[in-house]
Design a protein around this ligand. Structure first.
Ligand SMILES: Nc1ncnc2c1ncn2[C@@H]1O[C@H](COP(=O)(O)OP(=O)(O)O)[C@@H](O)[C@H]1O
Ligand SMILES: [Mg+2]
Length: 236
C-alpha cells in the first residue's frame, strides 16, 4: 500500500501478509508509522495506492461497504475509548446489538461472562470514570472481543497506564494470543512481545526492516538498526 499525509509519504510500497493465528508484535521507534499502519488496516486512514485485503475482501473499497469489513477488525487504542455516559455493560453490548443485530439479552449474557472472566462482573453497572485505567482498558479489549473480529489490532494499549496496571492488561492480550486469535500488537513491552508473539515486525521510517521470530530478533538481530533499537531500550 501507499500512504501519505498531505503529500508527505509515510508508506511507499508497504507490504505485509498476515496469516490466520499470527501474533505479530510491531516494534520500532516513535514516528516510524506503526499507528498509521493499524489505522490504514481498519480503514480509519485512507490509502493512496495498493489494497488491503481481509480474507480476500478489500478493506479500502467504496465507503458504503466499509462497516461490513470493519466489523471483522477489532482495534484497541492507547487511550480507552469507552463512552463515558454509558455503563460498562452498555459499552460492551452496543457494538454487538447495533452493528451486528445481536439480541440484547444474548449480548448481555456474553458480556457478563467475559466480565466475570476478568474479575469485573461487579462493575457491569458502573460508569467508566469509576474504573481504574487498567480496568477500563480491559473493558475496551472485552468490547473488541465481543465483536468476534477476524483480527485484533492493539496500539500501545498499556502505554497510558500506571505501571501496576500494565500486567493485568497484558495478560488479557496474552490469553487471546494463546487462544489462537490473529493479532497485530504495537507495543514497547519487549518481554511481553518476546513471550507472546510468533513474529516480530521491526519498522523504521515506514519500512519493515525485520520480520522474524522473537528468538532471532532478540538474540540475533540481523540489522544494525534493530541492534541499536534494542540497545537503546537496554534490552540486550
Ligand atoms: N494525522 C496525521 N497527519 C499528518 N501526519 C501524521 C498524522 N499521523 C501521523 N503522522 C506522521 O506520520 C508518521 C508516522 O506516525 P505514526 O504512525 O503515528 O508513528 P508511530 O505510531 O510509529 O509512532 C510520523 O511522521 C507522524 O508525524
Ligand atoms: Mg503510534
Amino acid at each position: 500500500m501507499v500512504k501519505a499525509y498531505d503529500g508527505a509519504p509515510i508508506f511507499s510500497g508497504f507490504s505485509l501478509n498476515v496469516e490466520k493465528g499470527d501474533v505479530i508484535a510491531v516494534l520500532g521507534p516513535s514516528g516510524c508509522g506503526k499507528s498509521t499502519m493499524l489505522r490504514c488496516i481498519n480503514g480509519l486512514e485512507k490509502i493512496q495506492g495498493g489494497d488491503i485485503l481481509l480474507n480476500g475482501e478489500s478493506v479500502v473499497k467504496e465507503e458504503k461497504d466499509m462497516p461490513g469489513v470493519r466489523k471483522k477488525i477489532g482495534m484497541v487504542f492507547q487511550s480507552y475509548e469507552l463512552f463515558g455516559h454509558m455503563t460498562v455493560l452498555d459499552n460492551l453490548t452496543l457494538g454487538p446489538v447495533k452493528a451486528k443485530g445481536e439480541d440484547k439479552a444474548e449480548a448481555e449474557k456474553r458480556a457478563l461472562a467475559l466480565l466475570d472472566r476478568v474479575g469485573l462482573k461487579d462493575k457491569a453497572q458502573s460508569f467508566p470514570r469509576n474504573l481504574s485505567g487498567g480496568q477500563q482498558q480491559r473493558v475496551a479489549i472485552l468490547r473488541a472481543m465481543l465483536m468476534d473480529p477476524e483480527i485484533f489490532l492493539f496500539d500501545e494499549v498499556t502505554a497510558a497506564l500506571d505501571p501496576e496496571m500494565v500486567q493485568e492488561v497484558l495478560s488479557l492480550v496474552g490469553e487471546l494470543a494463546k487462544e489462537g486469535k490473529t493479532m497485530l500488537i504495537v507495543t514497547h513491552e519487549m518481554e511481553f512481545a518476546r513471550k507472546v508473539a510468533n513474529r516480530i515486525l521491526f519498522m523504521e521510517e515506514g519500512h519493515i526492516i525485520e520480520d522474524t521470530g522473537p528468538e532471532e530478533f532478540f538474540e540475533h538481530p540481523t540489522t544494525e538498526r534493530s541492534r541499536r533499537f534494542l540497545e537503546g531500550l537496554h534490552y540486550n
